[in-house]
Ligand binder design. Structure first.
Ligand code: ATP
Length: 204
């Protein structure tokens, strides 16, 4: 097997992606947050900004240049074709940016990089990674964790969940699965994957 260099990590809302990424980061692995960089590109990349303005008009940005995410969410909810246009603009931009970022991190000596995204499979981004990690946790626990973290009720969490691919389907795409069920310790699972990805485990 070719050694995976670009590794994707995904999982449903509240599965624990961020928590798992923090463990990989503590091992020195650079992590690319697709949501963070998508927003950054929307606010700072001239070509992406011009595309957003063309699709949504000037109200997409506050007077100070900040992306008006709440307004955009309302517009695209009613006009799904605008969401498709927005995705067709932003996804390739994130792809190109993450590839440059990955190349730079590899130049600096990283053994591999992680790209974290909640919708990595839904967006098609998983096509551009060499291996995929899916973080999974029981639905009730995910709901409870997000309610605590975001101070929202169960209905709000379920509404967000309903827009994502069910976890059971995501698992079919996984090369590695991390069980974040509150019973199985996370660190040994991360270490085992890290060893395989760095070729320290000769059995694979
Ligand atoms: P989102 O898709 O909403 O960004 P996520 O998959 O990144 O979520 P996290 O933010 O990592 O999930 O985890 C959700 C919440 O659950 C956080 O508050 C986190 O601290 C907590 N959490 C995650 N894993 C564990 C665990 N094993 N034990 C206790 N708390 C956990």
């Amino acid at each position: 097997m070719r050694r995976p260099l670009r590794v994707g990590i995904t999982g449903g809302i509240g599965s624990g992606k961020t928590t798992v990424c923090e463990i990989f980061q503590s091992l020195g692995i650079p992590v690319y947050s697709a949501d963070y960089w998508a927003k950054w590109l929307i606010e700072h990349d001239d070509q992406v900004k011009a595309g957003v303005l063309k699709i949504l008009g000037p109200e997409a940005y506050d007077p100070d240049g900040a992306y008006n995410r709440a307004w955009v969410a309302r517009i695209v909810f009613d006009q799904p074709e605008k969401l498709a246009d927005l995705n067709a603009l932003v996804h390739p931009a994130v792809e190109a940016h993450s590839r440059r970022w990955h190349d730079a991190e590899m130049e600096k000596g990283a053994p591999y990089t992680l790209r974290e995204a909640a919708l990595l499979i839904e967006s098609g981004g998983y096509h551009f990674v060499d291996a995929l990690i899916v973080v999974t946790a029981p639905e009730a626990l995910r709901i409870e964790r997000v309610m605590q973290r975001d101070q929202v009720d169960a209905a709000a969490v379920k509404a967000r969940m309903s827009k994502q691919m069910p976890e059971a389907e995501k698992l079919a795409f996984a090369d590695f699965v991390i069980h974040n069920d509150g019973q199985t310790a996370l660190i040994p699972q991360v270490l085992a994957i890290h060893r395989q990805l760095t070729g320290q485990n000769k059995s694979k």
